[in-house]
Design a protein around this ligand. Sequence first.
Ligand code: ATP
Ligand code: MG
Length: 376
Amino acid sequence: MTVTKEQVLAALARVPSPGGTALPDARVLSDVVVSDGKVFFSLTVDAATVKAWEPVREAAEKAVRSIPGVQSALVALTAERSPGSATPESRPAAPQARQAAHPTDKVQPGIPGVDAVVAVASGKGGVGKSTTAVNLALGLRDLGMKVGMLDADIYGPSLPKLLAIKEKPETIGGTRLKPIQRYGLTVMSIGFLIDEETPMIWRGPMVMSAITQMLREVEWGKLDIMVVDMPPGTGDAQLTMAQQVPLKGAVIVSTPQDLALIDARRGVSMFKRVNVPVLGIVENMSYFLCPSCGTRSDIFAHGGARHEAERLGVPFLGEVPLHMTIREKSDAGLPVVATAPDSEHARIYRDIASKVLAQLKGGAGGKAAPKIVIEA
Ligand SMILES: Nc1ncnc2c1ncn2[C@@H]1O[C@H](COP(=O)(O)OP(=O)(O)OP(=O)(O)O)[C@@H](O)[C@H]1O
Ligand SMILES: [Mg+2]
């Protein structure tokens, strides 16, 4: 029995969005891919409304699965957070940010014991930056590096979930914090310290001091590389953060669509403005890999990020497919590189990690290379 796109849309018409509009009319639907009884599409929503959309995503999957002939349905919810939209409180930092973005930048002191700090950033939210950051960190770990992770996304910390960390860090001597160890990574996130329900408005003024504290008042120990999961966007808040953290380089994550690429371009220029070398661009959700039959479909114009990297003269680090396993494992706190090390996905992330490492060792952008030695 052949399932058609029209049947899928008809089923979705019975699923209301949080505002009450039928899903196909809510302007959130991507193209609907139907291949061999497998249905895939995504919903792109405002990050502030993600919680309200999760039940809709589930209802949409259920509605599609109930169509005769449908074997499986994957509905991805991707969040769009307009740059700086959640961060009005950080606006006062802007003049300082601009000042320091001048070529005569004051260089941030390094973090004792940490050889290289690498930011994972995206111009736009919901592109899979945190997922990439975690798997990149694990890939670097597999290359023999001692790796730490700092969750700098104060407004939407992801590491507690992506690494399934529920415990609170202990204090050492009443002033310093002991990071959490998970999958061989040394991890710190504001999410370990504040309640998820803490209103955003309280977080605003805390942002910079929280970042500074997490960098300087945490016993990171000896690390070859610290991977920083940055907040999405390229607004003043992100610019300030890019300056506050003593970065050796930045990895930009983008999805292949034109709009995301425009944001990725902004990300690249933001780091260039603050003299941080861009180590490369990763194309996430590059193509859709059917979980059951392995068929590949380029639902978005795949390859856009590679092309953009070439245009911008920055390295292209790799393509990560859109795959159910990546999402399920990531959201369950079981990142693929740690829990399915022999999978093709893990291989892709390790390959990206080795390119990042090569960039760091080569002293990307002409900056001093960190003292990194790969253990045999
Ligand atoms: N390659 C992939 N295949 C399938 N799902 C993915 C992939 N990458 C990320 N996802 C899923 O997409 C969602 C968003 O990913 P993630 O939280 O990593 O994005 P983000 O860019 O960090 O978002 P934010 O801007 O909110 O911080 C998650 O549910 C994640 O599991
Ligand atoms: Mg994130």
